[in-house]
Design a protein around this ligand. Structure first.
Ligand SMILES: [Ca+2]
Ligand SMILES: [Ca+2]
Ligand SMILES: [Ca+2]
Ligand SMILES: [Ca+2]
Length: 318
């Protein structure tokens, strides 16, 4: 009876963990900044068979996905702290270069170097392999962290660029495993706004000169709690456009539309014409970061408490 009770408490702890916000810290002193993530649970979910590609969105493990697009400030501070040399687009004619505007003009290679720094500056393994002259390479058998199913990403890394399936699940998935057509928890297109956080809104259908909104003011949330996967700026996926990460220089996928595009580009069924060479940059594209989940403190506390209860019960029984 008591064991059953403890098991149900454990289940509750897990449920809570699947919607939790995780804030990670990077840099020091004047270069210190934080990045918010949401935990995407429901591992082993069934794929969506109504979107593109088909199937899409099945992820076998729990992971964290950036709540927001990466901001200019988060790039500037990493550049200062790590001498990364990542160049941003001058958005002076497109809404300005405010610190909380999404980072644009970031190539896939630059985004990869950025997440590498998130890893190495926190004592973790780099996600992406660059040779001594800064040229991107595939991981090969014999490299620590080599994964034959993904030659781009080192499996020991803590931070990486979200794969198509990781990005898709965070955008279009419901916590119960069902799917939406749009990244705002609905099969209907969100209301188009210039900025704001009201439910079922997104930053799209705006004039090109209007530019994107601040990353934390970029529309309503997805069911998992991410903002701006629909609209604001398009986002690099780690995944190559052909779905198999096996050629270093092959085109990578971009998804979600941008402030100046229409609802078609926000939909789960849209995946065309938006792939770029990994060295290409644009005014309308940025990225967000994914990560392994922190060991859930809530779950650990419950586990510890469960152990304590079991011990106490034993003591009492004996
Ligand atoms: Ca750049
Ligand atoms: Ca659908
Ligand atoms: Ca976006
Ligand atoms: Ca390929």
């Amino acid at each position: 009876m008591k064991k059953l009770l403890i098991l149900s408490v454990l289940a509750l702890g897990y449920q809570t963990a699947s919607a939790q916000l995780v804030t990670e810290s990077f840099g020091t002193g004047g270069n210190a900044f934080t990045m918010d993530f949401v935990t995407i649970g429901n591992p082993g979910n069934a794929a969506d068979t109504t979107g593109r590609p088909n199937p899409a969105g099945s992820v076998a493990y729990t992971y964290n996905l950036g709540k927001y697009e990466v901001s200019r400030d988060q790039i500037d501070k990493a550049n200062s702290a790590g001498s990364l040399g990542i160049t941003l687009e001058d958005m002076g004619s497109y809404g300005g270069n405010g610190a909380n505007k999404p980072a644009t003009g970031v190539s896939w290679y630059e985004a990869a170097k950025y997440v590498n720094w998130l890893n190495t500056s926190t004592g973790n393994t780099a996600a992406y392999k660059f040779d001594g002259s800064g040229t991107f390479q595939l991981w090969i058998a014999g490299d620590a962290g080599y994964n034959a199913n993904n030659l781009f990403r080192n499996s020991l890394a803590k931070y990486w660029l979200p794969s198509l399936n990781e990005w898709y699940k965070g955008a279009y998935g419901n916590l119960n495993g069902t799917w939406n057509n749009f990244p705002t928890g609905s099969d209907s297109a969100p209301t188009a706004i210039a900025s704001g956080t009201a439910a079922n809104t997104a930053v799209y259908n705006q004039s090109f000169p209007a530019g994107p909104a601040d990353i934390n003011n970029a529309g309503g949330l997805s069911p998992y709690g991410t903002m701006g996967q629909g609209g604001n700026v398009m986002e690099w996926n780690e995944t190559s456009f052909d779905g198999s990460n096996n050629i270093a220089g092959e085109n990578r996928e971009l998804r979600g539309g941008s402030w100046n595009l229409d609802a078609y580009f926000l939909a789960s069924s849209t995946q065309d014409n938006y792939d770029l060479y990994p060295s290409q940059e644009s005014y309308i594209s940025g990225f967000r970061v994914a990560s392994v989940p922190e060991p859930s403190t809530g779950l650990l506390v419950v586990l510890g408490l469960g152990g304590l209860l079991l011990k106490r019960r034993k003591t009492v029984t004996v």
